[in-house]
Design a protein. Structure first.
Length: 500
């Protein structure tokens, strides 16, 4: 019972994250609406009633500490404002525009309250609440109700959930499944519980890079010197399983990113994985002796050989087919927004600059702004999205709603950056073992796990420039919680190296 109370918040967030990811990747509102709101309320309740307590405080004192820190956090008020903003259109639906054949013009109905945010359909607007509310309040719970060890445990749990989803995806492929959960719904391609490959790709790429950082955080203890990530680590990090357990989660999440056949996921996971690998190699090389350098070179050579072999001879035909289409021209074309969607989204935003046209309003309004030439290339599959999250949020949420989303992200990112700056200043003071820190020292004073989180979250943002990873709760909840858990690897009391 005591173990449950100590980890109640971690378990509840993991249950919520598991539900939205295992229920068709978070894309089935009809199945999520009956469960997700209640699970979100349970996360809030657990955070307020059963927060993790420090060894020096009682549960009542822990509650008081959490309540006080919550009311001082701008993220709480941004989450409440965004929730209110997304809820208003539920009671201010305008209906869909209609083309009148008699006049040859579009009829655009007005909402009951013209000066307030509106939507086309209330049930479509409600989907946005399923994305943002669980993610933001889970991040708040993780930031305030979890101690540093709880934040680290939550991140590991999210990575293992991704690993299980990846293994499940390959199980379906090997058993010849034609649809998610061996169902009858048809997809051009599906992987694991995701009917849209790019959702799967973004999800597994994010978790691959996070788990890569978590793994290196364990193996780097005593390897690359007294960096920030090595403060007060558990003494049993010398055990093989403790040091390398996240290697298995990392492998399965990488295989999930590749198995999704999402070109963006393949490109981002490989490129950012290689960049992080170079960071690991340089840090390890500078601190290793002659014998360890030989082992290091052998390991790198083996990994490169297996990687090249996997991408060429051993790769299935479907994977090779996607690989050959990844060219600089195709990447630039996707990011620059070729086609009519970006222009149409901008035109909608110019006409509805404050509040936009409501959640999922873009597919209802896009035909009004399309030109005659655009209809010759009308996108029948996937055409309800701009495939650029920022532009679609501008069109649907307007400047006010998109601004609230951006400010909410800043409320998560800025405190983590400021905390790291404080730690870096402390580590910049003269120390006896300063010479053991690899160069560049500013980089290797960042905890490896924190760097993995930044890599993963950056990958999702880059993916969103040419797709829509932020339009599902399964990705959002991991993304926001990962940012909230970054402080779990930064000692709060630098002088005692406390990583509680």
């Amino acid at each position: 019972m005591l173990a449950f109370i100590r980890n109640a918040v971690v378990l509840q967030i993991l249950i919520l994250a598991a539900v939205v990811s295992w229920v068709h990747g978070g894309t089935r509102p009809d199945l999520l609406i009956p469960t997700v709101p209640w699970l979100t309320l349970l996360v809030i309740e657990m955070a307020l009633v059963f927060p993790q307590a420090k060894s020096t405080e009682t549960l009542s004192e822990a509650r008081l500490r959490v309540w006080r820190s919550l009311v001082r956090d701008p993220l709480l008020y941004m989450a409440i404002l965004l929730t209110i903003y997304l809820s208003i259109p539920l009671f201010n639906a305008a209906g869909a525009p209609r083309f009148l054949n008699a006049s040859g013009k579009w009829f655009i109905p007005f909402p009951p309250f013209r000066r307030l945010p509106f939507c086309v359909k209330a049930d479509e607007q409600a989907v946005l609440l399923l994305w943002f509310v669980p993610s933001l309040f889970s991040a708040l719970a993780a930031r305030h109700a979890l101690l540093k060890r709880g934040k680290r445990l939550l991140l590991e749990g999210l990575c293992w959930n991704g690993a299980l989803l990846s293994a499940f995806g390959y199980w379906q492929l090997f058993t010849g499944a034609k649809s998610v959960y061996w169902g009858k719904q048809t997809f051009a391609y599906f992987f694991s519980t995701f009917g849209y490959p790019n959702f799967a790709g973004a999800f597994f790429t994010l978790l691959f890079l996070i788990s890569l950082g978590l793994w290196f955080g364990h193996v780097s203890v005593g390897l690359i010197g007294p960096q920030a990530g090595n403060f007060a680590r558990a003494r049993d990090d010398r055990k093989f399983w403790t040091r390398h357990r996240m290697l298995f989660a990392m492998f399965f999440n990488l295989m999930g990113a590749l198995g999704s056949l999402s070109r963006a996921a393949i490109l981002l996971s490989v490129l950012l994985g290689v960049v992080y690998g170079i960071y690991m190699f340089i840090g390890s090389w500078q601190h290793a002796g002659t014998g360890k350098r030989t082992v290091l070179l052998t390991t790198v050579g083996l990994v490169v050989f297996i990687g090249v072999l996997s991408f060429t001879i051993l790769a299935p035909a479907s994977f090779k087919k996607e690989i050959v289409t990844i060219t600089p021209e195709s990447v630039l074309d996707r990011v620059s927004g070729a086609g009519y969607h970006p222009r149409v989204a901008w035109d909608i935003f110019r006409d509805y600059p404050l509040f936009g046209v409501g959640g999922w309003g873009y597919p209802h309004y896009q035909r009004i702004y399309m030109q005659a030439e655009d209809f010759k290339h009308f996108q029948t599959v996937g055409g309800v999205n701009v495939h650029n999250d920022f532009l679609q949020f501008l069109a649907e949420l307007g400047g006010v709603g998109t601004g609230l989303v951006i400010l909410t992200v800043f409320c998560l990112v800025i405190p983590a950056i400021l905390e790291q700056i404080k730690l870096s200043k402390y580590l910049s003071q003269p120390r006896e073992n300063e010479s053991k820190v690899p160069h560049p020292k500013w980089l290797y004073k960042i905890p490896p796990e924190e760097l993995g989180v930044w890599f993963g979250c950056t990958a999702t943002v880059l993916h969103s420039l040419g797709d829509l990873p932020f339009r599902t709760s399964s990705i959002q909840i991991v993304w926001f919680c990962a940012l909230a858990c970054v402080s779990g690897f930064i000692p709060k009391d630098h002088h005692t190296s406390s990583l509680q």
